[in-house]
Design a protein around this ligand. Structure first.
Ligand SMILES: [Zn+2]
Length: 233
């Protein structure tokens, strides 16, 4: 038995009654199908990941991320929702799932009304305001007033070099100059969106490019992906 953890959690959201969430590590292997040499292994890794979170019989609802700001509500288990970068549910038995390799997973949780969400935020989605859109949807469609947000593992502001054409699309607060290079801080940009919408924000504080537990497209672009699951218990 390996001592490498199979999944990590945002500590402040790990003990929320009614909420299940986690991020799969390299211990489970890649959960990405798109570039998978062995799709069966990726599907087995997804099942193992769900099992680690105590969702053995769960049928995952997969997000078909497109780097936009569209939000979908999920009312029944299983299937995939294409063309969105945020999924929300208030139904126990629904398990939201998406894959990542440097983009940020964001977990959303309304502890009063028991509404949960999962966001996929790379630079395009962040620029498009996907975190803002997801929180607004919780407020408008579910009536959420108190929302907790957990920022999962992603590429940090010291590691994420971007070109001028990308940097220029962000507020200067989120771009730093390092020896003539432009570094984009997506975690801080998403934190700002979430806080502007009134959410309490917690950050796992793990950089995928720096941490061996998570695959990073920038460190090793081989199609390996980690997964995030958000579900109601
Ligand atoms: Zn980093």
């Amino acid at each position: 038995m390996s001592t490498t953890p199979a999944a990590l959690h945002v500590p402040e959201l790990a003990d929320e009654p009614g909420l299940v969430h986690g991020f799969s590590t390299v211990a489970l292997g890649s959960v990405g199908l798109k570039h998978a040499a062995d799709p069966d292994a990726a599907l087995a890794a997804r099942r193992a990941f769900a099992g680690v979170l105590g969702l053995d019989s769960a049928e995952l609802t997969t997000m078909g991320s497109v780097h936009g700001a569209s939000v979908a509500r999920v009312d029944k288990p299983g299937g995939s929702v294409d063309d969105v970068d945020a999924l929300l549910t208030n139904r126990p038995g629904v398990a939201l799932f998406a894959t990542y390799a440097d983009c940020y997973p964001i977990v959303l949780w309304d502890p009063e009304l028991k509404v949960a969400g999962l966001v996929h935020a790379g630079w395009r989605g962040t620029r498009a305001g996907v975190a803002t859109a997801a929180v607004r949807h919780m407020q408008d469609e579910y009536g959420s007033r108190r929302i907790k947000a957990g920022i999962g593992p992603g590429i940090c502001g010291r590691c994420y070099e971007v070109g001028e054409e990308v940097a220029s699309q962000f507020d200067g607060r989120f771009v730093a100059q390092q020896n003539g290079r432009l570094m984009l801080d997506l975690a801080t940009a998403n934190r700002a969106q979430l806080e502007d919408m009134g959410a309490s924000v917690f950050d796992i504080g793990i950089c995928t490019k720096e941490h061996y537990l998570f695959p990073s497209h920038r460190r090793h672009p081989d199609g390996t992906r980690f997964g995030a699951i958000v579900a109601l218990r």
